[in-house]
Design a protein around this ligand. Structure first.
Ligand code: MEV
Length: 318
């Protein structure tokens, strides 16, 4: 018996970090996915996990909450897998294989996608019915447990796909009037989401009168961007992304490498560009109607870059 579930990665268009502090955000599921396959394994209570593309082999004992082959960034993934497995009522021996075409630690939602696909596959393997709402909610809990703090955004977008506007816990799907031509540029240095989120919280505690208005501005620009996306107002979408980038820089999550890509993308004709996700390394996105090829070429000269499309397929069995 073999069950495969897959879930998309994501980019955040507007509102990362502010969303952890109760502000709205807009995210897009992208056409790059994580696939988790579960096969029957030995009835030892220990689940072997293979991630061939990252040369990771580990084992998880969900009852005891232990992981072997720990302590390396790449194996940080095993914590999310363990968390998802612990939320499943495991009735039989199993082993797990993960394949992914999303770079990890790059702000593109790999950990949420892995958590979502693992929970979906494990539930079905153990003949447990689970709804998308339950998957999104449970996986959000896993992210909180592993990272310390997390908004429901990443796990929601990975579960439902498409383009979503999230305000507090309310998820509203958006229908963009036009396509959203996006190029992702990613730096080799990974960002640690938990630490970056904590850093923003600390800054807010130290400078509440300065940081709170920044968070309010991010809220306002995200709400304005929602209208611009629905209306297909390309110029406004781009401008708002650029403003969001400046405010993320003020929150302390930007890096020199990301800035370089952000400015290079604008020079190559992107209407807007900003870091995406937690920052501190990781990725940026460029919104480039009519200029995708030029932007892609320029970013590839500096770092890794690829084009992404919207995936309207959330978590699915296949
Ligand atoms: C990470 O992809 C986005 C953050 O806003 C964290 C979160 O929403 O949980 C930085």
């Amino acid at each position: 018996m073999k069950i495969t579930a897959s879930a998309p990665g994501k980019v955040i268009l507007f509102g990362e970090h502010a969303v952890v502090l109760g502000k709205p955000a807009i995210a897009v599921a992208v056409d790059r996915r994580v696939k988790v396959t579960i096969r029957k394994g030995k009835e030892t209570g220990i689940i072997n996990v293979k991630i061939p593309s990252l040369a990771v082999q580990g084992s998880i004992n969900p009852d005891q909450g232990t992981i072997e082959n720990d302590g390396h960034l790449k194996t940080g993934i095993l914590h999310y897998i363990k968390g998802a497995l612990q939320k499943t009522s495991i009735k039989r021996g199993m082993e797990l294989e993960v394949s992914l075409d999303i770079p990890i630690g790059a702000g593109l939602g790999s950990s949420a996608a892995i958590t979502v696909a693992t929970l979906a596959a494990a539930a079905r393997f153990n003949q447990q019915d689970i709804t998308k709402e339950e998957i999104a909610e449970t996986c959000h809990q896993v992210e909180v447990e592993v990272q310390g703090a997390a908004s429901p955004l990443d796990t929601a977008i990975s579960t439902y796909g498409g383009v979503i506007y999230l305000s507090k816990t309310k998820i509203t799907p958006l229908q963009p009037a036009r396509d959203l031509p996006l190029v992702v540029g990613y730096t080799p240095q990974p960002g640690n989401t938990g630490e970056l989120v904590e850093g923003v919280g600390r800054k807010r505690n130290t400078y509440p009168d300065i940081i709170n208005p920044i968070l309010d501005s991010i809220e306002n620009l995200t709400n304005e961007a929602r209208e611009a996306i629905i209306q297909g107002d390309e110029k406004r979408i781009g401008e708002l992304m650029n403003i969001n980038q400046g405010l993320l820089d003020a929150l302390g999550v930007n890096t020199w490498e990301l800035s370089r890509l952000v400015y290079q993308a604008r020079q190559a004709g992107a209407l807007g560009s900003k870091l995406t996700g937690a920052g501190g390394g990781g990725s940026m996105i460029a919104y480039c109607p009519g200029r995708t090829r030029e932007v892609l070429r320029e970013l590839k000269n500096l770092e890794n870059a690829f084009q992404v499309g919207i995936s309207y397929k959330g978590v699915t069995y296949r």
